[in-house]
Design a protein around this ligand. Structure first.
Ligand code: AHR
Length: 501
């Protein structure tokens, strides 16, 4: 097939917030224990952090990490994770039916983030706890000195505050599975009250209201309208969560998952702006897409798990999806959707980061490696700098069962401050390559370019412990750059990045 990608270089573009390249670490499965933290591992530093994982997370280019949940946070007492290790309690984690030993808590996770060079985003427990506990944690984290809690923090090894700016007001409070799940009215009131109280303590916060845990929730849309009606002027962002998977062998629909993400974002933007209009508010609320990924949730739900009263495993192998080439192409296309909406999506978190539905995998006592999904994330984070530019795509379309008629090619473009233009392109066709012509009206001539492509003849190829480098990105030698004439071949089911200078 043939396709034309028209990139509007004359447009000023929309700034790409670095925070689009965030991730998420929950106390679930082996994300923390034997993922981030494994004392005794050959690569562990003096604090027990696996330096092989630190290096991979640095390479991934993660701007901020949301922590410690997820569903976990709705049963969590943050105090359990601070203070001398030997006196930290061992607890039951009801969300994942596991044992939590609390070896890693706020201090350790913040230290780990200093190693990887990412900011901390804290999620509060507004499920089984409330405003007072949120204030306690905020005081402990952000107040410099002079109170019992700040003295305690100093005794725990941290005289200077953590200075956490972004806080999530609970997690997926619309989900019946959530501990402390509430109605939209009840949650909206609690979130508004907690936000107001937090700002009395620290006016310089960025607060994230819980939106829907998926666009398929029966309460979607009405949930957003109600919680925003209660909390509009108190918050800066509202969250979206979305997970996609290939269902019943329908690869065509799966590859078009970004069509759903686009519609999700557009609906939430419309709802935000409706509430703003009704209130006559000048205040601006944007989106934090703070959980997104491919997740084989239906497989997880179908698994037989022992959930008896006497079986609470520590760091079990949970949610350890092994990602295929097709999964990586979808991750790349979801990043394209986020870039396309950079005007309203100000931050996002890939869910998750290590071992649980993660781009980085580890073996206890053994190596760490990159899943297929690592590559589009790392390369988009590295090259999507400056501003996001409008693009137009002319290409063939195809009918899909879940998303209707979709274009076979999707793309986003960014322009760096030094003039470098980066293109991110997917070919969703399963039947053959697409010859892409890139058109840049205005006649800017590029001197050179580089293209890299993720593709494999086996769309279901994966990286595993046994074969950790089976799938990767390769130079795409079909790229031709001759002034403003740019062409490239996109293999079927592929994701590519093109950097033009
Ligand atoms: O990321 C896994 C889970 O997905 C999170 O705990 C929850 O917030 C969401 O349902």
């Amino acid at each position: 097939g043939q396709a034309r990608l028209v990139v509007d270089l004359e447009h000023p573009g929309v700034p790409v917030d670095r925070r689009l390249f965030g991730a998420f670490v929950e106390h679930v499965g082996r994300a923390i224990h034997t993922g981030v933290h494994e004392p005794g591992h050959p690569s562990a530093d003096a604090r027990g952090f696996r330096t092989d994982v630190v290096e991979l997370v640095r390479e991934l280019g993660v701007s901020a990490v949301r922590y410690p949940g997820g569903n976990f946070v709705s049963g969590y007492r943050w105090e359990d994770g601070v203070g001398p290790r030997e006196s930290r309690p061992t607890r039951l984690d009801l969300a994942w039916h596991s044992t939590e030993t609390n070896e890693v808590g706020l201090h350790e996770f913040a230290e780990w983030l200093e190693e990887v060079g990412s900011d901390l985003v804290l999620a509060l427990n507004l499920g089984t706890r409330g405003t007072l506990e949120a204030l306690d944690l905020l005081e402990y984290a952000n107040v410099a000195r002079g109170t019992t809690r700040t003295d305690e923090r100093a005794r725990n090894g941290r005289p200077h505050p953590f200075g956490v700016r972004t806080w999530c007001l609970g997690n997926e409070m619309d989900g019946p599975w959530q501990l402390g799940h509430r109605s939209a009215d009840d949650y909206g009131k609690l979130a508004a009250q907690t936000a107001r109280a937090m700002r009395l303590l620290d006016p310089d916060l960025e607060l994230v209201l819980c939106g829907s845990s998926s666009r398929d929730m029966p309460t979607f849309g009405e949930w957003e309208r109600t919680v925003l009606t209660h909390a509009y002027d108190e918050v800066d962002l509202i969250s979206c969560h979305a997970y996609y998977e290939e269902r019943d062998g329908d690869l065509a629909s799966f590859l078009a998952s970004a069509v759903d993400m686009d519609a999700f974002i557009d609906s939430v933007v419309a709802t935000i702006d409706h509430v703003r209009a009704v209130r006559g508010s000048e205040h601006r609320v944007d989106i934090s897409f703070d959980e997104w990924n491919v997740w084989y949730l239906s497989r997880f739900q179908a698994e037989e798990r022992i959930t008896s009263l006497d079986h609470w495993p520590r760091a079990p192998r949970l949610l350890e999806d092994v990602y295929t080439v097709a999964d990586a192409v979808v991750v790349g296309s979801l990043l394209i959707s986020l870039l396309r909406h950079a005007d309203r999506v100000r931050s996002a978190s890939l869910a998750q980061l290590v071992n649980a539905i993660a781009p980085v995998m580890t073996e206890p006592g053994g190596p760490a490696w990159r899943q297929t999904t690592f590559f589009p994330f790392a390369l988009t984070s590295r090259h999507a700098r400056g501003s996001s530019l409008p693009v137009r795509i002319e290409c063939d379309e195809q009918e899909t069962a879940r998303h209707g008629v979709v274009p076979l090619v999707d793309a986003a473009a960014t322009r760096d401050e030094d003039g470098t233009v980066s293109l991110f392109v997917v070919n969703r066709s399963q039947s053959g390559p697409v010859e892409l012509d890139v058109v840049v009206p205005g006649g800017r001539a590029f001197a050179r370019g580089d293209a890299r492509t993720l593709h494999d003849d086996d769309h279901h190829a994966v990286n595993t412990l046994a074969d950790p480098t089976r799938v990767g990105v390769r130079d795409n030698s079909t790229l031709r750059v001759d002034g403003d004439a740019i062409t490239l071949t996109l293999p079927p089911v592929s994701w590519s990045v093109v950097v033009l200078e």
